[in-house]
Design a protein around this ligand. Structure first.
Ligand SMILES: [Zn+2]
Ligand SMILES: [Zn+2]
Length: 121
């Protein structure tokens, strides 16, 4: 089941919701899979860095580099939904440092930029 969910997630070229993934898994397995169980597995993937959550899109994306821990920055196109993934440690470290300076603990920066991608603009 986990492998099917991961394959389905990786087959999307943009962030996919749990419902999108549940539909793809249902199709691939030939039987209905509940979005709830897909949700649980996706959260498990996020916990183990196999997938990333795109908060503002309420969606998930397979992590291209599960080996390295970044505070990933996503550029999300309002028109086509495509998410471009960039890593700028200087930027995220600045956010992290500012939050910690304010006494905030277990800081997990979520940096998402909405706009229009190169293809759509
Ligand atoms: Zn990253
Ligand atoms: Zn676009």
């Amino acid at each position: 089941m986990r492998a099917s969910v991961f394959d389905a997630l990786a087959s999307f070229d943009r962030p996919a919701s749990a419902y999108d993934v549940a539909e793809a898994v249902s199709k691939a397995r030939g039987k209905r899979v509940a979005a709830n169980s897909v949700y649980r597995i996706l959260d498990l993937f996020v916990g183990t860095n196999l997938a990333r959550r795109v908060e503002s899109a309420n969606a998930y994306i397979a992590n291209q580099h599960p080996g390295c821990l970044h505070d990933c920055i996503f550029l999300i196109c309002d028109t086509c939904g495509q998410a471009t993934h960039i890593d700028d440690d200087k930027l995220s470290e600045g956010v992290r440092a500012a939050a910690e300076h304010a006494g905030f603990a277990e800081v997990r920066p979520v940096i998402e930029v909405r706009g229009r991608c190169e293809d759509c603009s």
